[in-house]
Design a protein around this ligand. Structure first.
Ligand code: DC
Length: 236
């Protein structure tokens, strides 16, 4: 049966720093569908907890976070002038604030909490249930939308991912150590794949995309080919 692009769900999971959000954004743009950055949602909860002193010195007051988790409002709104969607936390644009080092340093602990995952998975399902959407994260094809129409599991070698992050930081005027970054990439893989709540793992029906030696255009075309192979109709 042919499926229309406005009703389909595309799930992109995979390792940190392998360009999931870049390809998800590119897909959303060419297919004219919505993009949901689920990592941004875990980051927004982390920012909320930091701002409200629920996290102090890397320690989370789980009781306090549990009490307020239902009241945390997270939305995505498209910024037409920037041509991308941005994250809003309780009405405030936090797109830049959620990318800070402080948030990055605390988000893996927050995303390991069962009650946080339960709430965000609920929101993600509400946002995506009508279809016409691409979501990226760690558990989209396994937990959030196990019946997604297309599941991609993205990866690249740790060295390639570390090199990309190194180059990004150098471009921002920083002087990082490549070895430190490589160590951090490997550590994050280990934490993401071994945590007890929804660990990162490939869904049995996900297609692996190793983009170590691919350009941005090649990886986008690769996914568009997979959609076409599944009989999903779209205008590029
Ligand atoms: O993709 P990212 O780096 O912005 O994700 C931030 C953190 O959130 C990262 O530690 C993994 C976690 N995460 C998750 O556990 N489940 C998701 N669906 C998305 C992100």
């Amino acid at each position: 049966m042919q499926k229309d692009i406005d009703s389909i769900i595309i799930a992109i999971d995979g390792h940190s720093s392998c360009g999931k959000s870049t390809v998800a954004r590119d897909l959303a743009k060419v297919l004219n569908i919505a993009y949901i950055d689920t990592g941004a949602m875990y980051r927004a909860v982390t920012l909320f907890a930091l701002k409200n002193n629920i996290i102090k010195d890397r320690k989370i007051d789980e009781k306090a976070l549990k009490k307020v988790i239902e009241d945390i409002d997270i939305r995505f709104r498209s910024n037409l002038s920037k041509g991308k969607s941005e994250t809003f936390l309780n009405g405030e644009n936090v797109e830049d604030a959620i990318r800070s080092l402080e948030v990055s340093n605390n988000v893996s602990q927050v995303s390991a909490l069962g009650f946080v995952r339960k709430r965000l998975v609920e929101l993600q399902r509400l946002m995506g249930e009508k279809g016409g959407v691409v979501l990226d994260g760690r558990d989209i094809g396994t937990v959030v939308f196990p019946d997604a129409d297309l599941k991609i599991f993205m990866t690249a070698s740790p060295e390639v991912r570390a090199r990309r992050r190194y180059d990004e930081m150098v471009a921002k005027g920083e002087s990082p150590s490549f070895d430190e970054i490589l160590k951090n990439v490997k550590e994050r893989d280990e934490i993401d794949s071994t945590r007890s709540e929804s660990p990162l793992k490939k869904a049995p029906d996900a297609i692996v995309l190793d983009n170590s030696n691919m350009t941005r255009t090649e990886q986008l075309d690769w996914i568009l080919d997979k959609l076409a192979e599944k009989g999903i109709h779209f205008d590029k």
